[in-house]
Design a binder for this molecule. Structure first.
Ligand code: PEP
Ligand code: MN
Length: 356
């Protein structure tokens, strides 16, 4: 005899009720679930009853039923992020997504077995330096040039980026090198302007939960690189991605860039365990930024190799020809020579791990 009756739909939620919860209180909870569109069955227990709910659990889940009076615990078989999820429960399993960006002749693919190396200075400083760095990283094997025109800085006295003129320099770099451009958009007011130049729009760690920005980027026809907030959980990252996906932008790349931690010698710890963790629950590509994830140039190559070995779909690396002169993040910038070496090592790790 089959263990599960195939004609009975699987529950999407189980609410464990407080022991000895009497009829009217239990019924109010049941009624609330029914108002939210779920079919509910009371499962009798010894001292404790359970409510088994069937149907679309999202409306109920969004109201945090684990905090409802009389509810001890909620077991959910439904996902909170149906667009980002791999396909669990009654959702179909989704293959790994490939996100593509850049002009047709220099198309970059990330995810589903495609790997991309993206590199450049933290901030765009001068036209000559940007071009020289772009040529250097391209020669070393980078497929995209990253550089900030709008920089989120801790201090208002620190260099804030060249803004519009930085974007013009990026456009010139792309015209001269053919490299697709990855650059950050900080503010909803700048989206149109940045999206005109950027091939891949970066949302920085500080803005991962800027929902006004995410809602507007959901309507932009350019892919988004969403960096994990440096104090954010995987769930929060996936829900932030969901804002983009459910709003209509399906081209989303996730980026692990390290978490703030007093336990880390440099105040940051790169969490590579997040790569397999994300693989388990999402089809979205996952890249790693070992530059911000280590905050020190001498740590970047080891963490880059480790990220690739852990299955990253790409890397974001900060490079500067004269880190002492850099206007931001010089401490973590690799020189072009060091980047060349890193690119060779990354390639070797990938070849070593590639199935025959
Ligand atoms: C950056 O990429 O230069 C940057 C500021 O990164 P994060 O948002 O991860 O701090
Ligand atoms: Mn930086």
């Amino acid at each position: 005899m089959p263990l599960v009756n195939q004609s009975t739909p699987a529950p999407s939620l189980i609410l464990v009720l407080e022991p000895h919860l009497v009829g009217p209180r239990r019924n109010r909870i049941r009624q609330r679930l029914e108002e939210l569109g779920l079919a509910v069955r009371v499962v009798p227990g010894g001292v404790q009853e359970y409510l088994e709910a069937t149907g679309d659990a999202l409306p109920a889940l969004s109201l945090a039923p684990d905090g409802w009076p009389g509810v001890v615990r909620v077991i959910s078989f439904a996902t909170e992020y149906p667009h980002a999820a791999h396909g669990t429960g009654d959702l179909p399993t989704v293959a790994a997504s490939v996100v593509e960006f850049g002009p047709p002749e220099q198309r970059v693919s990330v995810g589903g077995g495609h790997f991309a190396l993206m590199a450049g200075p933290c901030a765009i400083e001068t036209p000559a330096r940007a071009l020289q760095l772009a040529q250097a990283v391209r020669a070393a094997g980078a497929q995209a040039f990253r550089g900030g025109a709008y920089k989120p800085r801790t201090s208002p006295y620190a260099f804030q980026g060249l803004a519009e003129s930085g974007l013009e320099i990026l456009a010139e770099v792309r015209a001269r090198t053919g490299l697709p451009i990855v650059t950050e958009v900080l503010d909803t007011a700048d989206i149109a302007q940045v999206a005109e130049i950027a091939d891949l729009l970066q949302v920085g760690s500080r803005n991962m939960q800027n929902y006004a920005l995410l809602k507007q980027l959901a309507r932009v026809r350019k892919p988004v690189l969403l960096k994990r907030g440096y104090a954010s959980t995987v769930r929060e990252l996936l829900l932030a991605a969901e804002y983009l996906l459910c709003g209509g932008n399906h081209q989303v790349i996730l980026c692990e860039r390290g978490l703030r931690s007093a336990a880390g010698e440099e105040g940051v710890v790169l969490d590579l365990g997040v790569i397999p963790a994300l693989r388990r629950c999402t089809h979205l590509p996952v890249v790693v930024d070992p530059s911000h994830g280590s905050a020190r140039s001498d740590r970047v190559p080891a963490l880059a190799r480790a990220a690739v070995a852990a299955g990253a779909d790409g890397l974001l690396i900060e490079v500067h020809d004269d880190p002492l002169q850099a206007l931001s993040d010089g401490r973590q910038a690799l020189t072009p020579e060091a980047f060349r070496q890193l690119a060779r090592e990354v390639d070797a790790v990938r070849r070593a791990l590639r199935p025959e």
